[in-house]
Design a protein around this ligand. Structure first.
Ligand SMILES: Cc1cc2nc3c(=O)[nH]c(=O)nc-3n(C[C@H](O)[C@H](O)[C@H](O)COP(=O)(O)O)c2cc1C
Length: 367
């Protein structure tokens, strides 16, 4: 049904316009109490066996919405209604910014992929903090806040920009993510080098502790799939050394290898996401787990299209899994199908709990 709708309506529309249209419907449904209750009852994860603890937080299920879909924290309730158990908002930057000129989002339907060069279009840390502050506390959802650098801030002043966002947003974050891996902000990915990453993560940690004294705000870093393997190891070691809570692997890729889609769209500048990213994201995750084991929480993202993909991420070391691009192609039942399929896979596996399954494939190889 959704696929037919996608082909007849969304596919003919500009991808960014389709995004905002779907966004509007989701928000509208979430604001209509009867509809919201009905949809949430049908789609929210309700499998006892999937209840899990991650980052010191209690979750109903491991699958959540990746950053970039809800940059301004507008649709947290709507996306929760659709069955995503945690919602990562952002990337939010210190200052508001319009992002790159349009067109900046492209579909590669044959590859079930997207290319985007949105460039962190967002309302900025002050406005997003105000929106999060005004949320109805009755609607509990795990909210991750993903922060990045304001484009006009020079690289040498990046730390101050992240600290500003942290001071404004940490109080509303169940967990905080330092994004240094978007390909669409010039120089951003240089911050993944350990010499730059160490002072950045240290400063954000301190700012979060200074701002929120009553609890520990878990801090994660999100990395690119294009890092060389040695650099993945270096980030993993740094994360352990600094006592970080987790790593999110991965962001979009600048690679265009193996695409089936032909034509100019393939050469659009930006980050590629969706199915073609699957293999590399999984590989990075496996490498991270082999390096850090259970010392820190790993979040697997990139090309997760279905329950089997999500299960493979868990076996490779992910405690939490996220998706974005496949939601565009799969539609409103995407998160539900993943939670349902995960529960079935867990029940048919030798693992007593979800936590037991985390990293099982990697442990098997190294045993
Ligand atoms: C249109 C678009 C915008 C995105 N914006 C962000 C962002 O602002 N911050 C971020 O950390 N990741 C962003 N991402 C990356 C996703 O969070 C995710 O890491 C990536 O798309 C891989 O997952 P997927 O294959 O399930 O889409 C964006 C992805 C897309 C497709």
């Amino acid at each position: 049904m959704y696929k037919l709708f996608f082909n007849l309506v969304f596919k003919r529309m500009d991808p960014e316009k389709a995004h905002y249209l779907a966004f509007r419907w989701i928000r509208l449904a979430a604001r209509t109490p009867v509809l919201r209750t009905f949809v949430a009852a049908a789609l929210a994860p309700r499998y006892k066996e999937l209840r899990t603890e991650a980052l010191g937080l209690r979750m109903h299920g491991p699958f959540g919405l990746a950053a970039g879909f809800d940059k301004n924290a507008i649709a947290i309730d709507g996306m929760t209604m659709l069955g995503f158990d945690h919602i990562e908002i952002g990337t939010v930057t210190g200052e508001p910014q319009p992002g790159n000129p349009k067109k900046r989002l492209f579909r590669l339907v044959q590859d079930r992929a997207l290319i985007n060069r949105m460039g962190f279009n967002n309302e900025g840390s002050l406005a997003v903090a105000a929106r999060l502050a005004s949320r109805n506390p009755v609607f509990r959802t795990t909210v991750g806040v993903n922060i990045g650098k304001t484009k006009v801030v020079p690289e040498e002043e990046a730390v101050g920009d992240y600290v500003k966002s942290t001071e404004r947003l940490a109080a509303f974050a169940d967990y905080l993510v330092v994004n240094v891996s978007s390909p669409n902000t010039p120089g951003l990915r240089n911050l993944q080098a350990t010499e730059a990453l160490r002072p950045l993560l240290t400063a954000v940690r301190e700012a979060a502790d200074r701002t929120v004294r009553a609890r520990h705000v878990p801090l994660l870093v999100k990395i690119a799939p294009d890092l060389a393997d040695e650099d993945v190891d270096a980030v993993a070691d740094l994360a352990v050394e600094l006592g970080l809570d987790g790593i999110i692997a991965t962001n979009t890729t600048i690679s265009r290898a193996g695409l089936r889609t032909r034509g100019d769209v393939v050469n659009e500048t930006g980050g590629l996401s969706g199915a073609p990213l699957k293999e590399r994201s999984l590989e990075v995750l496996r490498r991270l787990y082999a390096r850090v084991g259970d010392k820190i929480t790993l979040v697997g993202v990139g090309g997760v299209e279905n329950a089997e993909d999500a299960w493979q991420r868990i076996l490779a070391g992910a405690t939490l899994v996220q998706g974005y691009s496949a939601f565009i192609y799969e539609g409103p039942f995407y998160a539900r199908a993943i939670h349902k399929g995960l529960a079935a896979r867990l029940n048919n596996s030798p693992h007593a709990t979800l936590a037991d399954a985390v990293g099982a494939d990697v442990k098997k190889v190294s045993a």
